[in-house]
Design a binder for this molecule. Structure first.
Ligand SMILES: *[C@@H]1O[C@H](CO)[C@@H](O)[C@H](O)[C@H]1NC(C)=O
Length: 248
């Protein structure tokens, strides 16, 4: 009897240890029967924030502050008469969000959250060519953008797939939308630093008409950020089965 008890206790010990290893401290486990599940998930997202700031090495998730975007291209169309490419973009402030609302439905595996960013700062290398105000514009150099009061919506639909005999979530689609309250931008070195006055007035024009410029960049930026977050979410879901992320 005594021996059986010991084996039993040992079994529980190892079982608990393996559970602990399966669920790292950055995961706040919610219960599916929690009537305030959305509230619990909200807490989980907030407890993940410092780890997203740093990146999570063992999951191969990069730091999201700064968030690195390899490239955004703008092609000349009726809206703006320029071709522009922005490369090696770094976005600071992406993890400094406030959660406005979190909605999740575990029967449909749909998730939606509203977030707000007080400020996002971007910098990168630009290459631009075209006409603005009927004037030829051309240049390469560093680009800076400060955006404030940004409302964001993230909608996500998950699939459940089987991996090593366990059910995992996988992102079916993930979409983001952003609404910018204010913006300030600066393109250094327009016209290779010659024609400084013209360069300055083009910067002024961009800042006075930033809503038009932002509207052009927006769909592209939303798609790129959605892709980055989808990759992060899939790395996360692939590492932990649903049974580790949620208690019954
Ligand atoms: C963006 O904000 C930083 C910090 O407040 C400031 O130093 C920089 O000049 C701003 N850039 C633009 C383009 O306004």
């Amino acid at each position: 009897m005594n021996i059986l008890f010991r084996i039993f206790a040992l079994g529980i010990f190892f079982y608990e240890k393996s559970l602990q290893q399966e669920i790292p401290s950055y995961i706040n486990v919610c219960s599916l029967s929690d009537t305030k599940l959305s509230q619990c998930i909200r807490k989980s997202i907030l407890s993940l924030r410092p780890y997203l700031n740093e990146g999570i090495d063992e999951l191969d998730i990069p730091s999201l502050n700064p968030l690195t975007v390899p490239e955004i291209k703008l092609l000349q169309n009726s809206g703006i008469q320029v071709n522009a490419a922005f490369k090696h973009i770094q976005i600071y402030g992406a993890t400094e969000f406030r959660l406005r609302s979190v909605r999740c439905d575990t029967s449909t595996d749909k998730f939606r959250m509203k977030i707000w960013f007080p400020e996002l700062r971007m910098m990168g290398d630009y290459d631009i060519q075209g006409t603005i105000l009927g004037l030829p514009i051309k240049g390469q150099g560093r680009a800076y953008g400060n955006f404030s009061d940004i409302d964001g919506v993230l909608s996500m639909k998950l699939d459940r797939i089987e991996k090593n005999d366990k059910l995992h979530y996988k992102v079916n689609f993930l979409q983001t939308e952003f609404n910018i309250g204010g913006a300030k931008a600066q393109l250094d070195n327009l016209f290779n630093g010659r024609e400084k006055e013209l360069g300055a007035s083009i910067n002024n024009f961009i800042n006075e008409n930033w809503r038009i410029v932002a509207a052009e960049i927006r769909p592209n930026l939303e798609n790129i950020i959605s892709d980055i977050l989808k990759e992060v979410a899939d790395k996360f879901f692939s590492a932990f089965p649903i049974s580790s992320l949620f208690k019954p």
